[in-house]
Write a protein that binds this ligand. Structure first.
Ligand code: ADP
Ligand code: MG
Length: 711
């Protein structure tokens, strides 16, 4: 272990063991509780301690004359103890009367006290006390102030007192000392060349001093709302480190090679386009062209295809696949759930098998001989298109010539899984092209920061002929009316040979209990079957079912043999049954906004007017209310994503990346867009003209985390 990841030499005053030479360190006594607590917080290096900022501050720099104390104010006074007595009449308490030069008196009231407190507060002692002032019938008093005995001429501190998030294991006083000594020792020399930091911002050292030990008189609001220049400097540095690391990743990627896939006249692509049952929308044509341009280059594509639910991403994926296959390379399409993978599989088989493309199908439920046969077809290159779930990236799956990897609902996969997909082409010293698809658009500030190293294509247009989905909110007490609405929907007369309209009923996720999920869905299934009568077929789909059974139910629903499908969230992503025109979501308040939007996108895929009913149970939390309101007010996935960001903050927004430590600690993407712009403009410039400074800056801020950001 490198020395600097051990408890820091920096904190030697408070952590004496760490000043010992390395050999002795191993034999040093076990860590104390506060030392362990520091470690747990990741406060290992001097710089970590220096960057551990106060929660708030206490102002001990001023003394208020007792005569001038105002009721309800927080103040510090200093005076001489005139009287101290323990009262026992009502409740045992220590009453201490303090008098200062203003001649006025203040009573300190202690309901819990120790003999040592009585000693400190003995008559004649000079005492400094800080607390909330109450002015009542018996005069001025402070209940349980913070106090200490001082010499009459003891100087006042020159700086505000920092208050750090402390705990029983990590007392405030200990933490203050540890941070102060970390700050004193941390290497904080300016690494950024003059003129690169935005004007008016202090150096990093000045900034940290200003934040840990603000000079007396510093306006607390600017520290608390993070608008103080010291805060701005920290945020800027952090954003810059992130931008630099993204730019480095981009530069590294530019050195990688990928198979070039020029289009081919008369190939599969043209034949697929000829048999598609619809014309591509303008937006689809545009993104297909963007993808083709990437694929034609000998550099790996790293592109996100974002488009609202139902905007037609699948056909774009299919067209990209044909480009790869035309160039003699295999394409893998990975989806997060078996149902979704199967939907893709069916659609792609329908389009591509008649054109002579070999397609393999790999999921967790396909095992034994069948799996081995598939794996063999992938390895031999007989299967040019491989569709499946995580099973696609298992170790035993070896591609003959993987040229294009497509990940649907990319946010449901982790960084590691995307990396695994990319490594499937290692044997050729090439990387496959990567296309990620998502119905959850990335807000602009996020696109500029976490996804700066990603090209984005956007489908901003729905296929024609869709009728907008009407969303209604219903309190659960009006369930009967909702059931009546379902009956109406599924028995509505339709023109022959159209099938009857269909309905989804989505049951909530019961946190931590698959058993309860099931119980709930089963009960609702029974309730609906009874209420709708024998003429209406009601199906049930839940997470505990075997994949084959799930697929069978889904197939029945797709074929119109079931009119109502009660489902837990297994139908969440991507299911495509154009005839479904009503969706009821029970306990909608338990779902996240993005998830509700995804679910709602399952209806409104055909020409029938569609509706979504959100059933909720009162009382609603503020967040629950905000989400439901957003759902009722807009059907635009981009607007939903924006509101989601407002409600939850960017931290929770980003799927896999949110689990890492990669998130910003100081900057706030919503608030600091201007700083982000500046950092973004500086990063490439710095890398070009001061690569050394750039490297030092990244190392200081990200340490070992920078690799993670590159994935
Ligand atoms: P998503 O973007 O949510 O994955 P899909 O790819 O599942 O959307 O497409 C939704 C539906 O729209 C599918 O039934 C698909 O065949 C159909 N579709 C896609 N593009 C068009 C188009 N240009 N015109 C008409 N229908 C289309
Ligand atoms: Mg889809």
């Amino acid at each position: 272990m490198p020395a600097e990841s051990l408890l820091p030499a920096a904190t030697s005053q408070v952590l004496p063991a760490t000043t010992a030479p390395a050999a002795a360190r191993a034999a040093a006594p076990a860590l104390s509780a506060p030392q362990r607590a520091l470690r747990k917080l990741g406060l290992l290096r001097d710089i970590d301690l220096a960057l551990h900022l106060p929660l708030r501050y206490e102002d001990e720099t001023r003394i208020v004359p007792i005569a001038g104390l105002r009721d309800g104010s927080l103040a510090q006074v200093q005076g001489t103890v005139r009287e101290a007595r323990v009262e026992t009449r009502s409740r045992r308490q220590l009453l201490v009367v303090l008098e200062d030069d203003s001649g006025a008196a203040l009573t300190l009231r202690l309901l819990h006290f120790y003999p040592s407190n009585q000693k400190t507060l003995a008559v004649g002692a000079t005492v400094r006390a800080r607390g909330e002032v109450r002015v009542g019938f018996f005069g001025r008093e402070m209940v349980h102030p913070v106090f200490k005995a001082v010499a009459p001429d003891a100087p006042l501190p020159q700086a505000l007192t920092p208050v750090y998030p402390a705990s029983a294991q990590l007392p405030q006083a200990y933490l203050r000392k540890a941070v102060a000594s970390g700050l004193a020792r941390a290497p904080l020399a300016e690494v950024l060349p003059p003129g690169t930091v935005p004007a008016g911002l202090p150096s990093l050292r000045e900034a940290l001093l200003a934040l840990h030990q603000p000079a007396a008189g510093t306006p607390l609001e600017t520290l608390e709302d993070h608008s103080h220049p010291a805060w701005q400097r920290l945020k800027f540095d952090e954003l810059l480190a992130q931008q630099l690391s993204q730019a480095q990743a981009q530069a590294a990627r530019a050195l990688l090679r990928a198979p070039a896939m020029p289009g081919r006249a008369g190939g599969l692509r043209e034949r697929l386009q000829a048999i598609l049952p619809f014309a591509l929308t303008g937006a689809q044509q545009r993104v297909v062209a963007e993808i083709d341009t990437d694929l034609a280059r000998p550099r790996p594509m790293h592109r996100l295809l974002q488009g609202d639910v139902g905007s037609g991403k699948t056909v774009v994926a299919a067209l990209a696949a044909t480009t790869a296959i035309d160039a003699g390379w295999q394409c893998a399409l990975m989806a997060p759930t078996e149902i979704l993978a199967e939907q893709h599989f069916r659609k792609l088989i329908g389009w591509l098998e008649p054109l002579g493309v070999g397609i393999a199908w790999l999921t967790g439920s396909r095992k034994g001989k069948a799996r081995r046969a598939m794996v063999e077809r992938v390895a031999s290159g007989e299967a040019m298109l491989v569709v499946g779930t995580h099973a696609v990236i298992q170790d035993d799956v070896v591609f003959a010539r993987l040229g294009l990897a497509i990940v649907d609902e990319q946010h449901r996969f982790g960084v590691a899984q995307r990396l695994a997909l990319r490594s499937k082409l290692e044997q050729h010293s090439l990387e496959p092209h990567l296309l990620m698809m998502s119905a959850t658009p990335i807000p602009r500030t996020l696109a500029m920061s976490y996804y700066a190293d990603l090209d984005v294509s956007t489908i901003d247009e729905l296929p024609p002929g869709r009728t907008p989905i009407v969303t209604k909110l219903f309190a659960d007490s009006r369930r009967a009316a909702v059931v009546a609405r379902i009956r109406q929907e599924v028995t509505a007369p339709v023109q022959h040979p159209q099938p009857r309209r269909q309905v989804y009923w989505v049951c909530p996720l019961v946190e931590e209990s698959e058993h309860l999920d099931l119980q709930n869905a089963t009960a609702t299934h029974a309730e609906l079957a009874a209420a709708l009568g024998p003429g209406v077929q009601v199906g049930l789909l839940h997470g505990r079912m075997k994949p084959a059974d799930k697929a069978a139910v889904m197939a029945q629903f797709s074929a119109g043999q079931l009119q109502v499908l009660v489902a837990t969230t297994v139908i969440e992503v991507g299911v495509d049954v154009p005839n479904a025109s009503l969706m009821v979501i029970e306990h909608a308040e338990r779902f996240g906004l993005a998830q509700l939007h995804q679910l709602r996108g399952r209806v409104g895929r055909g020409s029938a007017a569609s509706a979504c009913v959100l059933l909720y149970t009162t009382p609603l939390s503020a967040t629950g209310k905000a989400r439901l309101k957003a759902m009722a007010e807009t059907a635009d996935g981009f607007e939903i994503a924006r509101r989601d960001l407002d409600i939850r903050g960017p931290g929770e927004f980003m799927g896999a990346r949110q689990s890492g430590d990669a998130l910003l600690r100081f900057a706030d993407l919503a608030e600091d867009a201007a700083l982000l712009q500046q950092a973004r403009a500086l990063a490439p410039q710095l890398l070009r003209s001061h690569p050394q400074a750039a490297a030092q800056h990244v190392a200081r801020w990200l340490g070992s985390k920078s690799d993670y950001l590159k994935a």
